[in-house]
Design a protein. Sequence first.
Lengths: 114, 108
Amino acid sequence: DTAVSQTPKYLVTQMGNDKSIKCEQNLGHDTMYWYKQDSKKFLKIMFSYNNKELIINETVPNRFSPKSPDKAHLNLHINSLELGDSAVYFCASSQDIEALKTQYFGPGTRLLVL
Amino acid sequence: DAKTTQPNSMESNEEEPVHLPCNHSTISGTDYIHWYRQLPSQGPEYVIHGLTSNVNNRMASLAIAEDRKSSTLILHRATLRDAAVYYCILRGADGLTFGKGTHLIIQP
């Protein structure tokens, strides 16, 4: 069974569209994250949610809005997509926010904005 | 910004040990040292972590300098499946901050 799953795996869309990426974890974790990996392969944290509450919100355009309907899900909605949003987006989860806790990553969603 | 320094790439032969270095001279007392790796077209995968003492698990060993300003990830017998980008990360209260990592190439 997949611990952290994301859908879709690939997403190709036009500039200006609105799209969502879904993430689910079946590990019973309290904390979930979204990371962005750009074309240069740099991985940067975007958001962190703990018990459905926003903990970390890095410098991310407000076109990106995470939504956590419950502890097992953290979805990412992106409005007015731009070319620069093309990247691989990874969802992750950890038992809680403590520094020693392992993060488990999903397989990634490859977003291409045309 | 990344707070660790790693070589861009390293090459090793299959079945030989690999020592991946990491410098983190600005580490704080509460920062844990985490290592993750990312295989091609996959998400990052946890390898090992430690605070002060050396650590061993089924995947690797982590040797931490006494002053904690550097650490070394040790793969005891590298296989082709270990070819990946290895990230050394300091984690405090926020999420993981990934640097450029070390691209490990394994020669058969």
